[in-house]
Design a protein around this ligand. Structure first.
Ligand SMILES: Cc1cc2nc3c(=O)[nH]c(=O)nc-3n(C[C@H](O)[C@H](O)[C@H](O)COP(=O)(O)OP(=O)(O)OC[C@H]3O[C@@H](n4cnc5c(N)ncnc54)[C@H](O)[C@@H]3O)c2cc1C
Length: 411
């Protein structure tokens, strides 16, 4: 730790994004304190696949690989998908991507959120015995520059000119050059900083479940657009599919209340029986769908990352992927500043990160919003245009390639 006990960074939230940021910085020699409100539940192979899964893009895999945790994820339980098929309930035409066209083994991987968080947490707090004896302020990572405070939360922030000071609820004071808020959509740091978080509600919920189907999923991520919202079937490692069914609130409530047999029948129908009948299903859960964008990512020496900065519609599986891009960009920005001998928490340094990430995240959020609105319409001319659009996009190889590159985080 530097003079007067000053840290380089305080990272708040050890979800996928905060965990990745803390690990990237600590492995690169930055002095970091990580503050997490709740210790993540351990992932266990004998448990059923968790209902919260994400589709990770290749650049997210690259980041996790660089952090030294991808092998643990890949050897645990992941569902690679080699193909993607997107079509519309109200019009002909289909958009198809194939990893082989890109010379790659997979377009992405379906991974449990819990597994990603668990693997990152294990890398941050490697000694399980130490972890059990968790007390705030303990240095878990031997010979490392990282301290983990869990369970802990911030009571006050003094966002000063020369340093930021965070006071935890137990009175512990931490002083650092910068503070990263990565505590998800309900970020209390963002609220304390007075940063507006605006957007809208889709008045939709995503119903999720894992289902077995009559025919094999073929290692393909399937998505059917319907007037009420998109329905995705994502391939799991055990041969089942994880479904994400975006529906208007009232319709989601109705679907959640169906008995299993009726649910499976309606789901199979909504999916056009593309994989035959739905033969088994787990209990269902639902998540409200929102669009939220922070008016700015930087306030003095504090900054936002991941869902604390942006919440997007899950139709293209981008939320966590965007958060991982925040993590990579922030690490690169801070490392470059350190190499130049600059103050890594200076507002002009943090603004570089903001400029890079805010524009991309805003474009992604607005693009997903536009797609949701265009495909959510049952107005027939629009439906015909959509079908023609999918067919055209599919026929024009460079356009298809550009869409696939964007989804993969390669632009
Ligand atoms: C139905 C659905 C499907 C999705 N599918 C995909 C997909 O396919 N691909 C994709 O990329 N994204 C997807 N997403 C989005 C993705 O789940 C999120 O973008 C991602 O989990 C956000 O990660 P995060 O680390 O920013 O926040 P979170 O996962 O919310 O983590 C925040 C962390 O901060 C901690 N915390 C909270 N408050 C405090 C506090 N006050 N003090 C300290 N710690 C605190 C929490 O305990 C938690 O550990 C989907 C989302 C939904 C709803």
């Amino acid at each position: 730790m530097s003079r007067r006990g000053e840290l380089d960074a305080i990272v708040v939230g050890a979800g996928a994004v905060g965990g990745a940021i803390a690990l990237a910085l600590a492995r690169d020699g930055f002095e970091v304190a990580l503050i997490e409100a709740r210790e993540p539940k351990p992932w266990r192979a004998e448990d059923d696949v968790d209902l919260r899964v994400v589709a990770l893009a290749p650049d997210a895999r690259d980041l996790l690989h660089d952090l030294g945790v991808w092998t643990s994820i890949a050897s645990a339980r992941i569902g690679p998908y080699r193909r993607m098929r997107v079509w519309d309930a109200l019009a002909p035409g289909e958009l198809a991507f194939d990893a082989a066209d890109r010379g790659e083994a997979a377009l992405g991987w379906i991974v449990e959120n819990k597994l990603i968080q668990h693997v990152l947490w294990s890398a941050l707090v490697p000694d399980r015995e130490d972890q059990k004896a968790a007390i705030p302020g303990r240095t878990f990572h031997k010979n490392s520059t990282l301290r983990v405070y869990c369970p802990a939360e911030i009571a006050e922030i003094d966002n000063g000119v020369n340093a930021v000071t965070a006071t935890l609820t137990d009175g512990t004071r931490l002083r650092a050059k910068l503070l990263v808020a990565a505590e998800g959509a309900e970020s209390s740091v963002r609220a304390k900083l007075g940063i507006a978080f605006e957007g809208g509600d889709y008045d939709q919920r995503a119903v999720v479940a894992h289902v077995a189907t009559e025919r094999a999923h073929e290692g393909t991520a399937w998505q059917r657009f319907q007037p009420g919202g998109p329905l995705a079937f994502l391939p799991l490692a055990d041969g089942r599919c994880s479904i994400v069914w975006s529906l208007p609130d009232a319709e989601a409530a109705r679907i959640l209340a169906l008995d299993d047999a009726a649910f499976r029948a309606e789901l199979g129908c909504a999916f056009d029986f593309r994989l035959g009948a739905v033969t088994a299903s787990t209990p269902r859960a639902a998540f409200p769908l929102r669009l939220r964008l922070a008016e700015k990512y930087v306030a003095g020496r504090c900054l936002l990352a991941g869902d604390a900065a942006h919440v997007v519609h899950p139709l293209a599986g981008q939320g966590m992927n965007l958060g991982f891009r925040d993590a990579r960009a922030l690490h690169a920005t801070l490392r470059a500043a350190r190499e130049r001998g600059s103050d890594i928490g200076a507002t002009h340094v943090l603004r570089r990160y903001e400029r890079e990430r805010r524009s991309e995240n805003t474009l992604a959020a607005q693009g997903l919003d536009a797609i949701e609105r265009a495909f959510g319409s049952a107005f027939m001319p629009l439906a015909v245009a959509r079908g023609a659009g999918l067919a055209a996009a599919n026929a024009i190889a460079p356009l298809r390639q550009a869409l696939a590159d964007t989804a993969a985080g390669r632009h």
